[in-house]
Design a protein around this ligand. Structure first.
Ligand SMILES: NC(=O)c1ccc[n+]([C@@H]2O[C@H](COP(=O)([O-])OP(=O)(O)OC[C@H]3O[C@@H](n4cnc5c(N)ncnc54)[C@H](OP(=O)(O)O)[C@@H]3O)[C@@H](O)[C@H]2O)c1
Length: 293
């Protein structure tokens, strides 16, 4: 299937936090390439910051207040996007990059249900609602949809079950949308990073440390050892560069033949694509041993 490459530019990156990490890098890359970028942020300071950057570099970055868990924010952001496109009549909607995400490591039994709901709202349900609302525009302009999924959407580990469940959901939504949009020539791609050096890793590490002082550590003591902590820190130490992820997003937005999936970065120094490929041939019981030894 050949997809039209976007020539005019306004890939919107509304939802996902563009305040840091992958989202921030994607906004900068797209803006450098001359795209108009509507960048979703959650704080006034980020709006000010993007406006200053945009003015200084003469980029077309337009920050939009957007907490994806807030339905009103999403509705307002969509209205803002439509208004922006109307005002710039020569632009087409090139794509939506769903990047917002939060993570937390905790055994299934010990997760606070409010945290679980928050993770699903941020990683899956909010981006899903935003995508639904933007589909008429996307179909009209043959735009593209990119989901920042994760290796966790393909391989699940102890303490990562809920984060993983949100990303498995993202994978399913991405697959179904890709199939549903085939008649409209709208490409949908899933970007699947392993460890990437961004602030989310220290946030997750913090949840590991929190876990150490809870009942989780008593019940699941084998996962709260120095060894496990060291393994995660090893992953962080060898985490991939955020610019490579941004380049995958750019490829998904612009390649004439976009891939359905872009694995990127690494998992404990094993390239993400290889980890995904290998686990497809490894029996579950053996995989359990590998992940929990
Ligand atoms: N880094 C990795 O190793 C890795 C690996 C696989 C997948 N990913 C995925 O990559 C994506 C980006 O994460 P990152 O690594 O770049 O981490 P990050 O720097 O922590 O970025 C997460 C972004 O999401 C935003 N966000 C959080 N909750 C939000 C909400 N309710 N509404 C809108 N935005 C919200 C944050 O904004 P605030 O600053 O306002 O909180 C932040 O800009 C996530 O989906 C994550 O799951 C990351």
């Amino acid at each position: 299937m050949h997809f039209q490459s976007p020539t005019l530019s306004s890939p919107l990156n509304p939802p996902p936090g563009t305040s840091s990490g992958i989202g921030r890098e994607v906004v900068n890359l797209l803006a450098e390439k001359g795209y108009h970028v509507l960048a979703g942020v959650r704080r006034q300071e980020n709006i000010t910051e993007w406006n200053q950057i945009s003015e200084r570099r003469q980029h077309h970055i337009h920050p939009v207040m957007l907490d994806v868990t807030n339905k009103k924010h999403v509705d307002n952001a969509v209205t803002e996007i439509e208004r922006y496109l109307r005002e710039h009549g020569d632009l087409k909607f090139a794509g939506l990059v769903n990047n917002a995400g939060v993570g937390m490591h905790m055994p299934i039994e010990n997760h606070d249900m409010d945290d679980v709901r928050h993770m699903f709202e941020t990683n899956l349900l909010g981006p899903l609602y935003l995508t639904q609302k933007l589909l008429p525009l996307i179909r009209r302009d043959k735009g593209r949809i990119i989901f920042i999924s994760s290796l966790a959407g393909r391989i699940t580990q102890p303490k990562e079950g809920i984060y993983s469940a949100t990303k498995v959901g993202v994978e399913a939504v991405g697959d179904a949308l890709r199939q549903e949009l085939l008649p409209y020539d709208c490409s949908v791609s899933l970007v699947e990073p392993g460890f990437v050096m961004t602030p989310i890793l220290s946030k997750i590490l913090h949840s590991e440390e929190m876990g150490n002082s809870t009942v989780a550590a008593e019940t699941y003591s084998r996962y709260y050892t120095k060894k496990y902590f060291d393994i995660f820190q090893f992953g962080i130490h060898h985490a991939g560069d955020v610019t490579r992820v941004a380049r995958k997003v750019f490829a998904a937005l612009t390649d004439a033949r976009p891939k359905t999936r872009y694995a990127t970065a690494n998992f404990m120094m094993v390239p993400t694509w290889l980890a995904i490929r290998a686990q497809q041939f490894i029996p579950d019981r053996l995989m359990d041993k590998i992940l929990t030894q």
